[in-house]
Design a binder for this molecule. Structure first.
Ligand SMILES: *Cc1c(COP(=O)(O)O)cnc(C)c1O
Length: 492
């Protein structure tokens, strides 16, 4: 049976249910499967199958300790009519690429793909493990995870959810989505700092054993809804497999042909899921990692040195304003040949010196990846050009991906059919998108949503309608040092 182990060499092994409850390993590493399972079916047998059916088979292949009945219930609960498109993930041609539209869930970003199933996976795991403590989900967000986690966990029995977002580091629509969140067990705080500060603060709380003891006294236990939780990563593998099957079904490619996959990347979770799909057996030529001005990953892929000693930029693709991409640790672990000691050394170097350089072995294996970036100006041009030429509307993050893809094609001449992860509705970043297609931006983000609709008639996601009139329920602002006390106060 597949089991889960830490990227930093701890000898403890866990079932998937245990790893999902725990979130992060005791040695601060991330849980990874000891092997990536092969595809549990032949592609040709899956032609015409639904998203739910494919997702069930893929997730089940990784989480072998869940029974078929348990996994079916999780998938059924997650991927239902809360998605505004019946097919869950439409695949739409725009320009020269196929867009895997991952944003038709409740919060209009791709985070819903994983966070609508994580609460089911977690509560099922708690039953399986006879866990009777209350589980408190701590989440740092660059904008989209927070809202998707709040929606997923709101009023789920036996859980509390606490979200920290960078004050002034998210779009107006994103912020309003979070601070209007309903549910008795939801808590939201703005943090005086950027996303990396919030994420580091959350990791510190996780790694503080005396804090964990204090929580145990009030029958609470921490877990994570960030992509450090393996229960979030694995469901994302399903849509890349699904995308490949649909391209075969539509005759764009023949079964066995290679595709390229482009992912607008922040914490490296989404592109790692694409890599896992490739390891399962989906034929992929290049994994194209697209960044905004915070191009630490572009430089890493090109040089083998990961260096966060650099200026941090606030861009109009805020969910990618990240310098410490947590899930890269998992990729390095796999590429090193599962060398936990080596990864531990790299991560210690990152903590101490804010940088590390990988071994030649890892650097060589990074060849499957192409890294590129687009700044705000080129991103906005791309949104305008795509809309005006092809009538396809992209959000800022997806536009970063498309621009990097165009650069890749210009540089390599590679015309392999390409899937692009489309990660958010354009309405979430309405100010930038409105201006990019040549309209006046509104007085507020909400007015931009209206202007954008008037012009494009693209449907406004239900969750973004009437946002400006919703009651604001969360107003807390904290310094980083105040985070632990705030957590304790929410739970006691
Ligand atoms: C989170 C997010 C990303 C980055 O995804 P990672 O898995 O963190 O790399 C990109 N685009 C949008 C819209 C997001 O919400």
């Amino acid at each position: 049976m597949i089991h889960y182990q830490s990227t930093r060499g701890s000898k403890y092994i866990k079932t998937s249910a245990q790893a999902i409850i725990q979130g992060i390993a005791e040695d601060k590493g991330l849980y990874v499967p000891n092997e990536i399972p092969g595809l549990p079916f032949a592609i040709e047998d899956m032609i015409g199958k639904s998203y739910q059916e494919i997702a069930f088979r893929i997730i089940r292949a990784f989480f072998e300790d869940y029974t078929d009945e348990e996994m079916e219930a999780c998938v059924r609960g997650a991927y239902d009519s809360k998605f505004e498109e019946e097919e869950i993930v439409p695949i739409v041609k725009g320009g020269d690429a196929y867009f895997l539209e991952l944003y038709h869930g409740k919060t209009a970003a791709f985070k819903d793909m994983a966070l609508s199933i994580l609460p089911y996976l977690l509560t099922t795991a708690m039953k399986k493990e006879k866990e009777d403590k209350k589980i408190c989900i701590l989440t740092a967000t660059s904008g989209d995870t927070g809202k998707a986690a709040l929606e997923g966990f709101a009023d789920v029995p036996g859980t509390e959810i606490i979200v920290f977002y960078p004050n002034k580091g998210v779009s107006q629509v994103q912020e309003r989505q979070m601070v209007t969140q309903e549910g008795e067990n939801t808590h939201v705080f703005a943090i005086n700092g950027n996303f990396d500060d919030a994420q580091t603060g959350v990791k510190k709380i996780f790694n503080d054993s005396s804090f964990a003891e204090k929580l145990a006294e009030i029958d609470c236990k921490l877990s994570s809804a960030n992509s450090i939780n393996i229960g979030r990563l694995v469901p994302q593998v399903a849509y890349y497999v699904y995308g490949y099957i649909k391209l075969v079904e539509r005759g764009v490619i023949e079964n066995g042909d290679k595709v390229n996959i482009v992912v607008p990347t922040g914490n490296f979770g989404n592109i790692l899921a694409a890599y896992y799909a490739g390891q399962m057996g989906i034929p992929v030529k290049k994994f194209i990692c697209a960044s905004n001005e915070n191009k630490v990953l572009t430089d890493f892929i090109n040089t083998g040195t990961y260096n966060t000693n650099r200026e941090f930029f606030l861009t109009n693709s805020p969910s990618m304003d990240i310098l410490i991409s947590s899930n890269l640790e998992r990729l390095l672990y796999h590429l090193s040949g599962q060398d936990g000691e080596e990864i531990k050394g790299l991560m210690e170097s990152l903590e101490k010196n804010k940088k590390y350089t990988v071994s030649p072995k890892i650097n060589y294996a990074l060849d499957r990846f192409y890294g590129g970036y687009a700044d705000v100006k080129r991103t906005n041009e791309t949104i305008g050009h795509m809309y005006n030429k092809y009538g396809y509307l992209m959000d800022t993050h997806t536009a970063v991906a498309y621009r990097v893809y165009e650069d890749y094609v210009a540089y390599t001449g590679d015309k392999t059919p390409t899937l692009i992860a489309s990660t958010a509705s354009a309405y979430k970043f309405a100010d930038s998108v409105t201006e990019s297609i040549g309209l006046e931006k509104g007085e507020s983000g909400f007015e931009s949503v209206k202007n954008l609709y008037e012009k494009t008639k693209v449907r406004v996601p239900a969750g973004l309608k009437d946002l400006e009139n919703k009651e604001i329920r969360h107003t807390g602002v904290l310094d980083i040092e105040e985070m632990p006390d705030a957590v304790y106060d929410c739970l006691k």
